[in-house]
Write a protein that binds this ligand. Structure first.
Ligand SMILES: [Zn+2]
Length: 196
């Protein structure tokens, strides 16, 4: 359980971890806090965008779309490994998921397979949306995987969390398949090594 990181500390933590950061428009004040609570935060959810093209992808994650207003994540990680900050506060990324998974994340244990949608994830999780088509063919460049590892590690370090605080959207709800193209176990191993 933790108070969400401030916008300034978020930028600082990312840069200290060696991440290339771009601040998008009014991201510090861009959120869905008028729709519900944000925090306490318990972990990080990794997503893929099902899009191609850095500019279009970052704009989509900032603005959202007609049926799902932005921000759609706190950061958008493009293929070149840049972390574009798109929101600070509640964001429309995790949606409903399984309370058993949330309990496991809080306890930093391996999560059970999700089978319920009874818990508001947007309250409890930071979200990173990563530019990828999610078709299992679109490659994940090394620079992008490294940025995912570093961005998640930066937040873990700030909060004193370990790698089990980082899950994929597909581990939060059985309605989602993202991220596809690398495994969350591999990503968690990278984050764990970085946090040592
Ligand atoms: Zn997702």
């Amino acid at each position: 359980m933790a108070t969400p990181i401030t916008a300034n500390s978020f930028v600082e933590a990312l840069k200290k971890e060696g991440v290339k950061v771009e601040e998008v428009r009014d991201w510090r004040n861009h959120n869905r806090n008028h729709k519900g609570p944000w925090g306490p935060v318990h972990g990080i959810v990794i997503h893929h965008t099902v899009t191609q093209g850095a500019k279009e992808t970052v704009d989509l994650i900032y603005d959202g779309h007609a049926s799902l207003p932005g921000p759609l994540a706190h950061g958008c990680i493009t293929k070149d490994g840049t972390v574009h900050l798109t929101g600070h506060g509640r964001a429309n990324h995790a949606g409903l998921g399984d309370d058993d998974v949330l309990r496991a994340v809080i306890a930093e244990k391996n999560p059970p397979k999700p089978n319920e949608m009874n818990t508001d994830g947007n309250r409890s999780f930071y979200g990173f949306e990563c530019e990828n088509l999610g078709d299992g063919k679109d490659p994940w460049p090394d620079a992008q995987l490294e940025a995912i590892e570093k961005a998640a590690a930066a937040l873990c370090r700030h909060h004193g969390w370990n790698e089990r605080s980082v899950i994929g959207h597909l581990e939060w709800t059985n309605q989602k398949s993202d991220p596809r193209g690398f495994t969350m176990d591999d990503m968690r191993a990278r984050i764990a090594a970085r946090l040592k």
